[in-house]
Design a protein around this ligand. Structure first.
Ligand SMILES: Nc1ncnc2c1ncn2[C@@H]1O[C@H](COP(=O)(O)OP(=O)(O)OP(=O)(O)O)[C@@H](O)[C@H]1O
Ligand SMILES: [Mg+2]
Length: 228
């Protein structure tokens, strides 16, 4: 079943947040998901230790550059979606995960487009694809964009990426308190307390659109399971 990796050597680009949103929305639809926490900082594992993690999300936290290939292969044979949250460096572990991926998502902060991080990841994907002698579908995901303004700079970034032939998700991940709170409080988006967190419904809507686009891209890349 499909393997989806989140990669960008730039720290704070939104890899962990977007990986968790995707896992949450797939799980909310009833899909079985393994979340591979391939970041030594262990944010996903910490989220999983909080109350509210659904049973259909399994977290695998003990991975090394040696074991990641086995971990991903085994998970892919067992569940409908394998989601890999990678560390914010370019390492052998990152390269190995990319080599096994059906879709690599490159979260990139919309406001301060980190071209360097994204370009590094694109180069790594291209090299891994050559080594594996296959295409590795991938796309940039603009993150932490403003809910209030569809900014001109964001459109510029999209146009630049388009012009360079880089795939970009139509959905961007908006900056939302609910997404920060998810990592702090655990559980799924829909479980957050609406009296404490604003705009949960909009946060759910955005995450759901992102999930749907991931599924569409996987189908286009052709190795999606029966789920979702
Ligand atoms: N869409 C968003 N809305 C609100 N906060 C966000 C959003 N995306 C990320 N953040 C916050 O920004 C910080 C960095 O995000 P995140 O941990 O997802 O990035 P990362 O790419 O995984 O970073 P690292 O390279 O350190 O692993 C976190 O505190 C997270 O809560
Ligand atoms: Mg992270």
């Amino acid at each position: 079943m499909p393997v989806i990796s989140f990669a960008n050597p730039k720290g704070g680009a939104g890899k962990t947040t977007s990986a968790l949103l995707l896992a949450s929305e797939l799980a909310a639809k009833g899909a079985s998901v393994v979340l591979v926490d391939a970041d030594p900082e262990k944010w996903i594992s910490q989220w999983g230790a909080l109350p509210g993690k659904p049973d259909n999300i399994t977290i695998v936290g003990e991975v090394t550059e040696d074991s990641i290939v086995d971990v991903i292969d085994q998970a892919a044979s067992q569940v409908q979606f394998v989601i890999v949250d990678l560390e914010g460096t370019a390492s052998l572990m990152v390269a190995n995960a990319i080599g096994l991926s059906d879709l690599v998502i490159i979260p990139t902060q919309g406001a301060s487009m980190d071209a360097k991080g994204a370009v590094k990841t694109l180069r790594l994907i291209r090299n891994q694809a050559r080594m594996a002698k296959r295409e590795i579908p991938h796309a940039v995901l603009l993150t932490r964009t403003s809910a209030a303004v569809a900014s001109r700079s964001l459109k510029n970034i999209r146009d630049q990426l388009d012009g360079a032939g880089v795939e970009v998700f139509a959905t961007s991940i908006v900056e939302r308190a609910a997404y920060r709170d998810l990592l702090d409080f655990g559980g799924l988006l829909a479980d957050l307390d609406p009296s404490k967190v604003s705009n949960i419904d909009k946060a759910v809507q955005n995450a759901r659109e992102f999930m749907a686009e991931v599924v569409t891209r996987l189908k286009a890349g052709s190795r999606v399971g029966e789920a979702a």
